[in-house]
Design a protein around this ligand. Structure first.
Ligand code: E4P
Length: 218
């Protein structure tokens, strides 16, 4: 399973790259707005740091304008994945990018039927939003299982499931069990993955006992 980080903050990306756990990055217009930085400069900087897929989202509404914007974003670096909203215009643009061999991430997916359409349009990634479904009173992770079953039924549906809107470490375990190809994870939650109180207490006790021996390894 691949881990992407869901951020537009350069320092957070640099910090997490040290873990060697980061396979890619996703951004969206809200994350760019929060960073206060220029989208093209930010995407360019991220692509200098990481060779894996970096999603940059179009903000146009019509298919032709999405294609124009997507081409500009993809021209920043070869690893830029064009992120497109799940609308009919978005699917049309997605299909154009498929024919141009430009990778896409179809975003704002909240149902299995939407995911089926995105795969038929040739999306490289589909982004089901787990946390936002939970917020609306629907069990978000169940959608990952539904999409996995559908995609696995057909050899010609090769879209990768990119679990998005992750809110806690349990979401990551659940989507991994259900066969998501990728999870895009906020930096803090990726760091939380390693935490367990018994590991911390266990290490503290090992070190205390070791001190009583007076020994040194180096
Ligand atoms: C990633 O591609 C999505 O834009 C992101 O995961 C959305 O997360 P949120 O629901 O926490 O904003």
């Amino acid at each position: 399973m691949k881990f992407f980080i869901d951020t537009a903050e350069i320092d957070e990306i640099e910090d997490l790259l040290k873990t060697n756990m980061v396979d890619g990055v996703t951004t969206n217009p809200s994350l760019i707005a929060k960073s206060g930085k220029d989208i093209k400069e930010t995407i360019s900087k991220i692509c200098q740091l990481i060779s894996g897929p970096v999603s940059a989202e179009v903000t146009a509404i019509t298919s032709s304008e999405m294609v124009e914007e997507g081409k500009i974003l993809h021209a920043i670096a070869p690893n830029v994945v064009v992120k497109i909203p799940l609308t009919w215009d978005g699917l049309e643009a997605c299909n154009k990018f498929y024919n141009l061999k430009i990778p896409t991430n179809v975003t704002l997916c909240f149902s299995a039927s939407q995911a089926l359409l995105a795969a038929k349009a040739g999306a490289t990634y589909i982004s089901p939003f787990i946390g936002r479904l939970d917020d609306s009173g629907i069990e978000g992770v169940e959608l990952i299982g539904q999409i996995r079953s559908i995609y696995d039924n057909y050899d010609n549906l090769n879209t990768q499931i990119l679990a998005a809107s992750i809110r806690n470490t349990n979401h990551i375990i659940q989507v991994a069990m259900l066969g998501a190809d990728v999870a895009t994870i906020p930096p803090k939650i990726l760091k939380d993955l390693i935490k367990h109180p018994l590991t911390e207490i266990g290490l503290e006790n090992f070190l205390k006992d070791w001190e009583t021996t007076g020994q040194k390894i180096r």
